[in-house]
Design a protein around this ligand. Structure first.
Ligand code: FES
Length: 138
């Protein structure tokens, strides 16, 4: 593995909670790794597993992070419960494609949890640096 490997982490943040958390982290000048590339979506339940698997198997990213509201707080009632079910399917597909399950992560982060967003970003970056590049990238 290259010592200077910098993973790319595609990060879906729901508009109402986790995007606000990332925004508040930035406003509070909390530092998080530049490896995180945020896509703002309306709800974590809108992120279809195909988006995740295509990004990984087409070698467009080293990992995917989905962040949404805590269970019970989804602004579309149960979108995050759908995301949770989809996460299970994604984990199975990762195995089928020979990818480590650590390349995908689902987090519940409320608008007031900027530090939690920063922590998730740091942890995932560290994990992916240890794993090395996505084998589908070459
Ligand atoms: Fe945030 Fe549904 S609106 S997870």
């Amino acid at each position: 593995m290259e010592d200077n490997f910098e993973p790319t982490i595609l990060t879906f943040c729901c508009n109402w909670c986790s995007y606000a958390a990332a925004d508040s982290a930035g406003t509070a000048r909390m530092q998080y790794p530049p490896n995180i590339h945020i896509i703002r979506c309306m709800c974590s339940g809108m992120v279809h597993p195909n988006f995740v698997m295509n990004a990984l198997t087409q070698g467009r990213t080293d990992g995917v992070l989905i962040c949404g509201c805590h269970i019970g707080d989804c602004h579309y009632q149960d979108g995050n419960k759908r995301a949770e079910k989809r996460a299970e399917a994604i984990t199975l597909m990762l195995e089928d494609f020979g990818l480590e399950e650590e390349r995908f992560r689902l987090e519940w982060i409320s608008a007031s949890e900027g530090p939690k967003f920063v922590e998730a970003a740091k942890e995932m970056t560290k994990t992916l640096k240890e794993l090395g590049p996505n084998p589908y990238k070459s």
